[in-house]
Write a protein that binds this ligand. Sequence first.
Ligand code: SAH
Ligand code: SF4
Ligand code: F3S
Length: 444
Amino acid sequence: MKKLYIETYGCQMNFSDSEIVAAIMTENNFETTSNIKESDVVFINTCSIRDNAEKRVMGRLKEMQSLRKQNPQLIIGVIGCMAERLKTQLLEEEKLGMRIDMVVGPDAYRDLPQLMIDVESGQKACNIILSKEETYADITPVKYSGNNVSAFISIMRGCENFCSYCVVPLTRGKERSRNPLTIISEARELFEKGYREITLLGQNVNSYNWDNGDVNFSKLLQEVAGISPLLRVRFATSHPKDISDELINVIASYNNICNAIHLPVQSGSTDVLRRMNRKYNREDYLERIQKIKSTISNCALSTDIIAGFCGETEEDHKETLSLMKEVGFDFAFMFKYSERPGTPAATKYKDDVPEKIKGRRLQEIIDLQQQLSLESNQNNIGKTFEVLVEGYSRKSKKQVSGRNSQNKVVVFEDKGYKPGDYVNVMITSCTAATLIGEGHSSNS
Ligand code: SAH
Ligand code: SF4
Ligand code: F3S
């Protein structure tokens, strides 16, 4: 058997795709390895979301070239979003100053075995055709890494929201939902294997739609949550423009649907949101947050924020800061705007916020979030949470680490707990990133 090493960048969907790729390859004479040095084939599953994401991958690909000294037959393939965006440019050896043997876009993974045959016969291979239907619904992902407690399931692919800054509609194509029966059976199998947490994935899970509305996201979520009360269910990402009352009520009414919603706001300024084509304004967003807070008790809220989008004024930036405070986000991913070729923003607007100002605004956003996260964690001191144990803590084997329903990392002394146990933990102290506590009883 030949050995395949996969390295994954970008969003959770990409990690989930790598498991599909592993499944397809292991059906075709390959086994996965975690040691790149012994591999016959290296796939790098790539992300195009920001320029620095692409630069990182390019740097890594350059580094990987030296592996050919040991193994001249080594095959290096670029898969995922950069394959889709840069296409055959990635095969131009001289321009690139390195050799890439294959380029495969996110909807073409079923073609990998055939493309491997071409490459092994000395040709370069490329398939970047996007599909309107492909969901890999029938393929059982091969979980070649991970903690055996929590798993991700892709429920849809693509995105057609065309937020003006975003490259995803270009790299992932049309939005399509996966057959719910295959989602539920995959979740059930994982539960039977001992997994205790499933995250349902899509670029905008709220618009999950099977059979013309026969199954919407709220219904799917209830079906998955119905598998067992011991199975926690999470989901990402929700788009603020269509997070419905129905969905908020479903989250509130199931104990095992986690009280954590990731709701990317991007900006607190209505003007900026309009140019971003987000289809909601500041007030709409805050109204949805109010609805969540008044319906779901103790629901963690997290978000994504872009600093320095085209035309962003100091006033707009202040509105982002004030919105962050008003919501009191528990956690955020924060980025500097990075212009992506071919996106609506790159065509229509000037990337006119100077780098230095972008950097300063981002830092202000990060500093504020640090403070909000710390406050949120401090408010948890003295409270008891049910924590799902994932494994030893990163720092010490005397401690275990897991998450509470709010998706916060909780670290506590190991009293013989196993991954997959639910433990009631009283929080005694914290940092901005972690809750620290004492385990009381194991109830699984
Ligand atoms: N589908 C999800 C997010 C996908 S990308 C959603 O709609 O929320 C993850 C995050 O990357 C986005 O939420 C956004 O904050 C950020 N992002 C996307 N394009 C970007 C760009 N061109 N520059 C900077 N950040 C960007
Ligand atoms: Fe990009 Fe917007 Fe789609 Fe998210 S919803 S993937 S930000 S286009
Ligand atoms: Fe990146 Fe593609 Fe995901 S661009 S964020 S890997 S969908």
